[in-house]
Design a protein around this ligand. Sequence first.
Ligand SMILES: C[S@@+](CC[C@H](N)C(=O)[O-])C[C@H]1O[C@@H](n2cnc3c(N)ncnc32)[C@H](O)[C@@H]1O
Length: 272
Amino acid sequence: MTSQILNSFQFNLFRQILAMEGLDLTENAREVFELRIQRFAIRHGLPLDQLPFLLKQDETLRIALAESLIIHESYFYREAHHFTTLTRHLLPERITCTDRPISILSAGCARGEEAYSIRISILEALPQVSSQIKITGVDRSKEMIDAAQVGLYSIHALREVPARLSEKYFAQQMSDLFSPNSEVREGVDFFQLDLLKESLNKEVYDIIFCRNVMMYLTSDARERLKSNFETALKPGGSFFFGTTEVFSNPPVTLRKSQSGNSFFFKKVGECS
Ligand SMILES: C[S@@+](CC[C@H](N)C(=O)[O-])C[C@H]1O[C@@H](n2cnc3c(N)ncnc32)[C@H](O)[C@@H]1O
């Protein structure tokens, strides 16, 4: 067994404090969390044994530590079967039942890979209506939102994008970085938002993606997010979660649905 940086009492203190930010410091990833907490203390010139007390009083410091523990990993065309369900079934259905523009939310969008992937899928499958569909990406991390707006990606982030599409929609920039072209960026906006601390407006989104976000959160935080999404979805709207995530205790108005390999939730009510 590897040596521990924190004893159980200290680890539990950090766990309680980070739960205030919605984070679940699971025992099975304890080593990784301890290492990151230690690095954070060194970087900020703070004694590790005093850190819990400082974090309790200082929200800015607590948010900074939470940010350094959160996983921001994402890539283009991740779990792409969701985008097929979106463009083949959900959007055509939505477009026929309403004259209003369609709004899609990428919640926990990281560096924008998900939001831009949705846009490319729409440009490919539904070019005639792409201008009526608005995509918004939000993330609690300012660093992620800044990166999404700049939009520069390594070839690794494009590994799942079919070659034909990467040639069509990305331009190579300096030092082997790629950026989505103006057609992809059009209709995609990003802003910083902590979904645990701010409420989304009522019935504003037709489709919400919140994939690979809830798995790192406490059960309390997951419940708060679900209720935020339930409120923000329009009647008849759909909600996607990550393929490897368990979405237990869905709100009563959300009904589980399936299309091919994709599972998602549909909000009861008529689209109008
Ligand atoms: C692992 S990434 C997932 C990115 C993308 N959705 C995907 O599936 O590839 C999780 C992202 O969720 C964001 N996140 C976590 N909690 C959040 C919250 N309360 N509000 C907004 N974003 C949050 C993190 O900052 C991180 O960038």
